[in-house]
Design a protein around this ligand. Structure first.
Ligand code: ADP
Length: 471
């Protein structure tokens, strides 16, 4: 692995997690070992001391019952049975004079500790201490005990076995520590990689997407709650972006399409007038036609801007307490002449006063759009019923008619910008009226719903919050 790769690896989350994992694991092991080590040392020392105390008691009773000669023999026998190199017994008088001892050759450097003898003189029954002797690599546990009025027993026990045992224990510890460090680092690395695999998949998908394939998604797998949630959120976000991008693309396609026809018409008109027209009145007619086409274009562009403004939310609106009953009634009156010309009856069931909080101009235009569609898409002699109902803090404005209706396939799309059903192509319109109505209703905290059956008619309902009482 190159140095650059190694340096990059050092910065990865997997590497840092591994380090933490191995570090914490090793630290716990170290603490447990230190605790166990001191526990063992204490226990070993306690056993050694207990052994020395028992020997002291045994020799004390031999002295009391059988006399000093018997004691001397017992000391030699005991040292020989345990090993003269390992243990040494000596009988002293209170001044430190040697009365008897087991074989002394391996213990020549042992001295009588005058400070300890003084402590015994002052009333201590026994004293225990650990010493190091110049000719011995291991420590020695020294025990002094007053076993008779003029007799002091001194026992020196080599700690070689205990220290060797603890040394072996330490060695095992260091080996297992090294093994543990390697194993825990490997496990940590494996676990970190496993946990981060999902994140890597998300990153890979994001990279693919930035390369242009917006259809790619993170595959759904059971990788653990958090990563799955991240993958689902990421996929949902992609769905939304995809829908938005597709929407924007459709809208721009539609705009281009809708602009092309009037502009072509304007061009054809101008071209024809230039090639054929010579009289002033022909130029006047052309100018009038061009103005008409331009007005249509402007109307379409302005409606699009109004939709964007309404979609920006309530901040763009002038919200006031307004009488929705009055607005609906006025709208019905406005469309009465067109309806009459088609023999359509507009029936309205509108209560006296219902109030909502809203922007009067956009609410008027929203209601007018629904009525316009109802009259436009209802054949001659049809019926349009407009009603306003209030329930549960909401006002529902319904426009119902027995017109051409909308097919099941078209119904989910009619609120999209520029969407027009094939059956309505013969009628004028941009396909923006319902988009505008929906944007305004949503900006007021409401909604627009549509139900329809082909050739039977439709019901459009605007639902708006109504925080005021009727009065
Ligand atoms: P348009 O200007 O075309 O009426 P809208 O956004 O108001 O645009 O409506 C979108 C499309 O929904 C219409 O072109 C029409 O096909 C369909 N539509 C809307 N209202 C009705 C209705 N009351 N009856 C039948 N179709 C309707």
């Amino acid at each position: 692995m190159s140095l650059r790769k190694l340096l990059r690896l050092r910065r990865t989350l997997a590497f840092r997690l591994t380090l933490w994992y191995a570090g914490i694991f090793t630290l716990c092991f170290l603490v447990a070992f230190i605790f166990l080590y001191f526990l063992m040392i204490k226990d070993i020392q306690r056993r050694t001391d207990q052994g020395l105390l028992d020997e002291g008691e045994e020799f004390s009773s031999i002295l009391a019952l059988k006399g000093i000669n018997e004691l001397k023999t017992a000391m030699v026998l005991e040292a020989e049975s345990e090993g003269v190199n390992k243990i040494f017994f000596r009988l002293l008088d209170p001044a430190g004079k040697v009365l008897a001892s087991s074989p002394i050759s391996p213990w020549e450097k042992v001295e009588q500790d005058s400070a300890i003898l003084a402590r015994l003189k002052n009333g201590n029954t026994h004293v225990l201490a650990t010493k190091t002797l110049p000719d011995r690599p291991y420590g020695v546990r020294v025990f002094y005990s007053r076993i008779g009025p003029d007799s002091i027993l001194q026992i020196c026990q080599s700690l070689e076995d205990d220290e060797r045992f603890m040394g072996a224990f330490r060695q095992i510890f260091w080996i297992s520590m090294a093994v543990l460090l390697i194993v825990s680092a490997l496990i940590g690395w494996f676990m970190a990689r496993r946990a981060l695999m999902g994140v890597e998949e998300v990153t890979k998908t994001a990279m693919d997407i930035s390369g242009g394939s917006l259809e790619r998604r993170v595959p759904a797998k059971a990788r653990g709650e958090e990563i799955d949630r991240l993958a689902t959120t990421f996929n949902n976000m992609l769905d939304r972006i995809h829908a938005l991008v597709t929407g924007i693309r459709n809208v721009s396609d539609n705009i281009a399409h809708d602009l092309r026809s009037p502009i072509t018409r304007i061009r054809v008109m101008a071209e024809m007038t230039l090639s054929t027209g010579k009289a002033v009145n022909e130029y006047e007619t052309m100018a009038e036609d061009i103005i008409e086409e331009c007005d249509r274009l402007l109307e379409m562009i302005n409606t699009m801007l109004d939709i964007s403004e309404a979609e920006a939310g309530a901040s763009q609106l002038v919200m006031k307490r307004i009488n929705i009953s009055k607005i609906v009634r006025e709208a019905c009156d406005l469309f009465q002449p067109v309806a009459e010309s088609k023999g359509i009856a507009i029936i309205h069931k509108v209560p006296e006063n219902s109030f909502i909080r809203g922007d009067i101009k956009s609410v008027q235009r929203m209601v007018a759009n629904l009525l316009d569609n109802a009259v436009k898409y209802t054949p001659n002699s049809g019926h349009v019923t407009v009603s306003v109902e209030k329930n549960d803090g909401q006002v529902v404005i319904s426009v119902e008619e027995d017109g051409i209706g909308i097919s099941e396939e078209d119904l989910p799309h009619i609120f999209e910008r520029f969407y027009r059903c094939d059956s309505s192509r013969s009628h004028p319109g941009f396909g923006l009226g319902l988009s505008y109505a929906l944007a305004v209703a949503r900006a007021h905290g409401g909604d627009v719903k549509a139900t329809s059956r082909k050739n039977k008619g439709s019901i459009f309902q605007i639902v708006l919050p109504a925080p005021f009482s009727s009065k």
